[in-house]
Design a protein around this ligand. Sequence first.
Ligand code: AR6
Length: 175
Amino acid sequence: MSIEVIIADITRQADDAIVNAANPSLLGGGGVDGAIHRVAGPGLLEACRALPEIAPGVRCPTGEARLTAGFDLPARYVIHTVGPVWHGGGHGEAELLSSCYRHGIRLALAHEIRSIAFPAISCGVYGYPPERAARVALTSLYEALRNHPDIQVRICCFDAHMAEIWRGENALLLS
Ligand code: AR6
């Protein structure tokens, strides 16, 4: 079982599910979140708004995940997760980032999702150093998939530089 790193726009992926790097409101934003909402159409925002708030303005706390339909996306589902903002590494960032991937896989298993594409969660405006993020993410994913080798997981990087970093960490983990 290995995880593939691809260079692509995640909104075009026809996996059973794509993962969104959202913020706790789940009401959209920039980056991959904005792109996913744009392509999915207004139904996605409506579905997100309908999810229960667990605190004012918080539908998904950092490190957790929530599932909606994919609406106009090629993917059947969107798994929304909220990565940590990078504050130097001493504020539980690695555990929270690891938790995003774990929760994503957990939701996939619960919904018979067989293929899933993750973006580089927290590696954009949230400022997580990509080498560290890749190591944490891939370690978490390989651990979560140990008993579920039938799920196909891909990391969808937006540009070649990010993909190179993730491929490097992937090769290190597999060696
Ligand atoms: N497909 C694949 N990857 C993409 C795409 C795309 N269409 N667009 C951007 N990326 P970011 P974060 C990459 O900033 O750091 C939002 O405003 C991007 O190049 O989207 O977790 C949310 O609402 C980067 O490598 O997410 C939150 O407020 C990676 O996706 C906040 O940003 C993640 O970058 C979350 O920040």
